[in-house]
Design a protein around this ligand. Structure first.
Ligand SMILES: Nc1nc2c(ncn2[C@@H]2O[C@H](COP(=O)(O)OP(=O)(O)OP(=O)(O)O)[C@@H](O)[C@H]2O)c(=O)[nH]1
Ligand SMILES: [Mg+2]
Length: 444
């Protein structure tokens, strides 16, 4: 989902990461690249323009978060602006205080209305509501049957025009209320007909249905693949029937993100749900913050930054860095650092959250129990041994192994690993700011 946009952001941030203070020229360059990435993702031009000007303003402004690198600050700003563009908060369905609550779905042909109707019914049912599906699409011969099949699958009743009764959407809509009352249903989900293009006949029918069902929620179903064209569709439907929100479907495909990022900002209607796949479970409330993180392609970057800030204070980081530079990094520090990293949560999760970590590595499982063993080994050493591991001879080795419940091979492996880290640090001690190694990760 939104893979190419994610890829672009990842590349921009990876390149930025090595830099220290960002000059105005740096910020201009980053802004230019983000602008291109968004345009390529088919985001509405106006949205892109606003977005970029806010990023530039904030990145050059006096916004300084303690203990964040310049790169992290920019990521944080971009993340926050993405969230704002996507709508800031999660919007819920409005419930009618006098049931039934009516959800009317509209949209172009093939946008995913019928599927969304069933998915929504399933979700609401799982939340303890009693939905009734209403088949008000009588344009396409198979439409009613499609909804009935889906309804059966999720065990939700479907109301449709029986043989001999009037075969039009307005009459179905009218009778649906009686059916809801008869079955004791408190939510009606009305599926309507789609057209290839926005045309008058479609809109007239939708207006007529709307006037009868008086939707508590009038939702437009939009295929994410339509990109920023979604904006035009939404404007037209909003003018004709009035919209309360949007269901964005097929975000599991190779949609570029334009629809998601344009619709709220331009039309002012929030995305309420997203369709994430073909099966009926693939449907969820829309969370702007999670979507922004997904678009940035780095898992929940912000919560990582927050966790890192809380767990690893700037002073700690500086102290560790100074020790590395001076080559006085001991096993005690190694242990310290390991505990700092562990405070942030399971290592595997952290790997997934880190921007710029290669995909292959993100999947790699870092063995938590392994970390526990490393910790036990170091704890079984005397203070002298930790400061100067070269004193660890054969008998000390077996004592440490016994004390930590490990083997002498494991003690050896750790000592070897530590030596490599120490050497690495010495070689890094000039010029470049060393990056903290993550204990427990294999060193090559
Ligand atoms: N991958 C994926 N496919 C979806 C999603 N939502 C719907 N589809 C597929 O899109 C196609 C059209 O879905 P429908 O629900 O029939 O669309 P519709 O808007 O009711 O179409 P009409 O009634 O003809 O206007 C179907 O093949 C669905 O399986 C989604 O979130 N992800
Ligand atoms: Mg349909």
């Amino acid at each position: 989902m939104f893979d190419s946009l994610s890829g672009r952001f990842d590349a921009i941030f990876t390149r930025m990461r090595g830099r220290g203070r960002l000059s105005d020229a740096d910020i201009d360059e980053i802004a230019r690249e983000i602008r291109l990435a968004l345009l390529e993702a088919d985001v509405n031009v106006r949205v892109v323009k606003d977005f970029i000007s806010r990023i530039k303003e904030r990145a050059t402004g006096a916004e300084v978060a303690k203990s964040l690198t310049p790169a992290q600050q920019v990521i944080k700003i971009v993340h926050e602006e993405l969230v704002a563009t996507l709508g800031s908060t999660t919007v819920k369905l409005t419930m009618n205080p006098k049931p039934p609550t009516v959800v009317m779905l509209s949209g172009l042909q093939g946008s995913g209305k019928t599927t969304a109707a069933a998915k929504l019914a399933r979700l609401l049912k799982s939340q303890g509501l009693q939905p009734l599906l209403v088949a008000a699409d009588l344009q396409r011969p198979a439409a009613v049957e499609q909804l009935r099949v889906l309804g059966k699958r999720i065990d939700v009743p479907v109301f449709y025009a029986k043989e001999g009764s009037p075969q039009n959407a307005v009459d179905v809509a009218l009778s649906a209320f009686d059916e809801a009352a008869r079955l004791g249903r408190n939510v009606m989900i009305v599926d309507t007909a789609g057209r290839l293009q926005i045309d008058e006949a479609l809109m007239d029918e939708l207006v007529a249905v709307r006037d009868i069902v008086k939707p508590t929620n009038s939702l437009l179903v939009v295929d994410a693949m339509t990109g920023q064209e979604a904006v035009n569709i939404a404007v037209a439907f909003d003018q004709a029937i009035g919209l309360d929100g949007v269901i964005l479907t097929k975000i599991d495909g190779d949609a570029r993100g334009g629809a998601a990022l344009s619709v709220k900002a331009v039309v002012g209607k929030p995305i309420i749900y997203v369709g994430t796949g073909e099966t009926l479970e693939d449907f969820e409330p829309f969370h702007p913050d999670r979507m922004a993180s997904r678009i940035l392609g780095m898992g929940d970057v912000l919560s990582l930054i927050e966790k890192a800030e809380a767990a690893f204070s700037a002073e700690d980081a500086q102290a560790a860095e100074e020790k590395m530079r001076s080559g006085q990094f001991t096993l005690d520090d190694f242990l310290d650092q390991m505990q700092q990293v562990r405070k942030m949560g399971p290592i595997g999760n952290i790997m997934k959250m880190l921007p710029g970590v290669p995909k292959e590595l993100k999947g790699a499982e870092v063995d938590e129990s392994q970390l526990g063993r490393v910790e036990a080994i170091i704890r079984s050493m005397t203070a002298q041994e930790r400061r100067d591991p070269s004193v660890i001879n054969g008998s000390r080795r077996s004592r440490i192994a016994k004390g930590s419940g490990t083997s002498t091979q494991e003690v050896n492996a750790l000592l070897k690993q530590f030596k490599t880290v120490q050497q690495m640090m010495k070689s890094m001690s000039q010029g470049k700011k060393p990056r903290l190694p993550i204990p427990g990760m294999p060193i090559r």
